[in-house]
Each structure stands twice: as structure tokens, then as C-alpha cells.
Design a protein around this ligand. Structure first.
Ligand SMILES: *Cc1c(COP(=O)(O)O)cnc(C)c1O
Length: 263
């Protein structure tokens, strides 16, 4: 999130700066052009330039324009939006730099990577409906995130379109939409066991790490255990991924599960 922090982390051995927008779990949205500018400045006088790559799984080629934002490589987990069916594991690495493209092709060949024909077929079948699914899940997610932050026991809701979510200004400037994820931090006196009980009480949101499929999913995370930067909120948060179910049903599911948090 902090360009000065990135500048300080770059050393003569740095080869690649890997970017992600928004953060997968805590949904903060970095100032991508500022981060790219840090790398460009560090590349002055270098023989071998540091490359920038963006994990564009969240933007899915819909909400973000990675090359316009200045990155060298855009990567996507096709597992998520392009498949849309939550039934395929696949990825894409894309660049407009011809020399880098040849390097990637050669590496791909040498590693002997390949995808199954059936998997490729599933992704091709999902692609035409991607924009519609993206917009539908975006709208449903914003509605649920806005509703969630009004609920008792909820301290913070993280979603880049919410004005108090970290990086909201950069999101508004650089993104044309938002994916199906939001995260919730509860009041400080809500115990981790209660947060887990909330997840277990959900019926339509199933436990699961993936997202952008038809079924809504939920994962509890212990944030301080997975980051080195300070985390000023309750340690146990819940990330919710909105599927294609009816929004009113999803809201009712969240409402009934929130009852387990009553003091
Ligand atoms: C899921 C995910 C990946 C990895 O995708 P898989 O195909 O499941 O290995 C990478 N980046 C982001 C942001 C993801 O959400």
C-alpha cells in the first residue's frame, strides 16, 4: 500500500515486483501507478529491469486495465471468473512485451506445463458470460457489504467501494467495478470461537477458499498470523465471496448467522 515502503524493499537482487489489487483477504486497494512508478525509478541505470506483474484475478480483465496501469505482466487464476463454474483449476500469464512473451513460452515448454482439453473447454464456455456474471456479483456484493456494515457486532466491512475501506480513492480512480469479495471485522469482544460459530451457522455461504463461482463461500482468517504489517482490527475476520444466489436469500442467511454473536 505504501510506495515508499516498496522503494525501501527493492535491492540489487530484486527481479520481480508482484502486485495484487485488491488484497485477497483484507481487500485494500493499492495505488498501482505509484507502485509501478517506484519500479520504473529503480530501473534507471539497471542492466536487467525489474519486472512488474499484477495478479489480476480480482479485476478479471473487467474492472482493471493492467497494461494501461503500466505493469509488464498480468496473471489471472482462470479458476475464478473465467471458469465461473468452480470446477476448473487453470491460470493465464499475459504480456504485451514480445521478448518477455518468448521467455515465458520457453519456460512454459521447458516445465512441460499443459492443461486438459476438458478444462480448456470449460473455461471457453465460461468466458462469454464473464462480463454479465462479474457485474451481477459486483452489484450483489455491494448491496450485502453495505447492509453488513449496519449490523450489530460488525466493526468494519472491507470492500474497495466503501469510502472507509483502505485504498478507496485509488480504486475509484483506477477501477471500473469490483469483484464478489468483502471481509468483515467484528467488535473487539467477539471471540474467535464466536466468529467460527458465525461461519458454521451460515447455510448458503459454504466454507471454501475459492470464489467467483455460483455458490457463495466464507472463510475465517487470522489476519496477524499471515502478515508482517500491523493489523489494527480484531484478529479474526471473515471473508465472504458472493455467488449467484438471490441477494435477499443471502442477506437472510447472514442475518440468521449474526444471531450467534449476540452478547
Ligand atoms: C485463487 C487465486 C489464485 C490461485 O488460483 P488457483 O487457480 O486456485 O491456484 C491466485 N490469485 C488470487 C488473487 C486468487 O484468488
Amino acid at each position: 500500500m505504501d510506495p515508499a515502503d516498496l522503494a525501501a524493499a527493492i535491492t540489487p537482487r530484486t527481479r520481480l515486483v508482484w502486485l495484487e489489487a485488491a488484497g485477497s483477504v483484507t481487500l485494500e486497494f493499492p495505488d498501482l501507478p505509484a507502485l509501478v512508478a517506484v519500479v520504473r525509478a529503480a530501473n534507471q541505470g539497471r542492466q536487467r529491469p525489474i519486472r512488474t506483474a499484477l495478479d489480476d484475478t480480482w479485476g478479471a480483465g473487467i474492472a482493471l486495465a493492467p497494461f494501461a496501469l503500466g505493469v509488464d505482466v498480468a496473471m489471472q487464476a482462470l479458476t475464478k471468473y473465467p471458469s465461473g463454474g468452480a470446477d476448473v483449476l487453470m491460470g493465464a500469464v499475459v504480456t504485451r512485451d514480445e521478448a518477455l512473451h518468448q521467455q515465458l513460452l520457453l519456460t512454459h515448454m521447458r516445465l512441460g506445463l499443459g492443461v486438459g482439453a476438458n478444462d480448456a473447454e470449460a473455461v471457453l464456455r465460461g468466458l462469454p458470460s464473464l462480463p454479465l456474471r462479474y457485474r451481477a456479483q459486483d452489484a450483489a456484493t455491494r448491496a450485502l457489504a453495505a447492509w453488513m456494515r449496519e449490523q450489530p457486532r460488525v466493526a468494519r466491512v472491507f470492500h474497495p467501494a466503501l469510502p472507509d475501506s483502505p485504498g478507496h480513492t485509488a480504486w475509484r480512480r483506477d477501477a471500473r467495478g469490483a469483484a464478489c469479495l468483502f471481509s468483515v471485522a467484528f467488535d473487539a469482544d467477539v471471540t474467535p470461537a464466536q466468529v467460527d460459530a458465525f461461519c458454521d451457522a451460515l447455510r448458503l455461504f459454504r466454507l471454501g477458499y475459492s470464489w467467483a463461482g455460483p455458490v457463495s463461500l466464507c472463510v475465517p482468517y487470522d489476519v496477524p498470523a499471515m502478515r508482517t504489517r500491523p493489523w489494527p482490527h480484531a484478529p479474526r475476520i471473515v471473508r465472504l465471496a458472493v455467488g449467484l444466489e438471490d441477494v435477499a436469500d443471502l442477506q437472510a442467511d447472514l442475518a440468521q448467522a449474526l444471531r450467534v454473536l449476540a452478547p
